[in-house]
Design a protein. Structure first.
Length: 200
C-alpha cells in the first residue's frame, strides 16, 4: 500500500491574505509545477481522492485524466470562517490574539480550530489507507500536516516546525508493521508563505 499526498500548486492570491476553504484559482505557473509533480509519481495509481476546491481539483484532473476522482469535502483546508480572504494584518488584535496563542484549540470565528481539521482529516485518511492499491490524495498543506502528525505521533502544536510543506510537494506514505512511514519525493522550496499577521 502506498499513498501519495500531493499539495496543490501555488494559488492565485496576494501574499498576506487569510484563506482556507475560499475557492482560489491557481497561478500561471500551474503547468510547470504540475510537470514536476508528475515526474515523481508512479504509473500505477489506482484511485484518486481530492479536495473539491479548484486549486486541488484542477491538479487532480490534470494529473489523472483517466481516473474517476473521489471528491472529498473532508480533505478541504481548515475553514477560516469570518476571516476568509481578509488580510491577516487587518484582523483586529483582540480578535486574532486568542487564536494566535492557541490555534490548536481556539476556533476561528465561524470556522475551525486545528483539532477540528485534524479529526475530520484522520477519519478520512484511515478509510483511504485501508485500500490495498496505490492511491493519490490531492489536498492542502494543513491536511497533509495533520496526516504526518498522526502517523509520526507529533503534537499538533509542533507540527508546523516539524513538517515544511511547499506548494506542489509530494509525500509517499507506506505501511510498516502496524503503522506508517513517510518519504518526501518532491518538496521544492517556494516563496515564503504568510499564514499569520506580520510581526509587530
Amino acid at each position: 500500500m502506498s499513498i501519495y499526498l500531493i499539495r496543490h500548486t501555488a494559488p492565485l492570491i496576494e501574499k498576506g491574505t487569510c484563506y482556507g476553504q475560499a475557492d482560489i484559482d491557481v497561478k500561471d505557473s500551474f503547468h510547470a509545477e504540475a510537470a514536476i509533480i508528475r515526474n515523481v509519481l508512479p504509473g500505477e495509481i489506482s484511485s484518486v481522492y481530492s479536495s473539491p476546491l479548484q486549486r486541488c481539483s484542477k491538479l487532480a484532473e490534470h494529473l489523472f485524466p483517466e481516473i474517476d476522482i473521489n471528491w472529498e469535502h473532508q480533505l478541504k483546508e481548515i475553514n477560516c470562517g469570518e476571516w476568509e480572504l481578509l488580510k491577516w494584518d487587518d484582523i483586529p488584535a483582540d480578535v486574532i490574539d486568542p487564536w494566535m496563542k492557541d490555534y490548536v484549540n481556539v476556533r476561528i470565528p465561524g470556522g475551525e480550530n486545528y483539532i477540528d481539521l485534524y479529526t475530520r482529516v484522520i477519519e478520512t485518511f484511515l478509510r483511504i489507507a485501508s485500500e490495498p492499491e496505490p492511491t493519490a490524495v490531492v489536498t492542502h498543506g494543513g491536511v497533509i500536516r495533520s496526516i504526518l502528525a498522526h502517523i509520526t505521533g507529533t503534537a499538533l502544536l509542533d507540527s508546523f516546525g516539524a513538517f515544511s510543506l511547499h506548494y506542489g510537494c509530494v509525500i509517499r506514505i507506506s505501511r510498516k508493521g502496524d503503522g506508517f512511514v513517510h518519504e518526501p519525493l518532491s518538496n521544492i522550496p517556494t516563496p515564503k508563505e504568510q499564514h499569520k499577521p506580520s510581526p509587530k
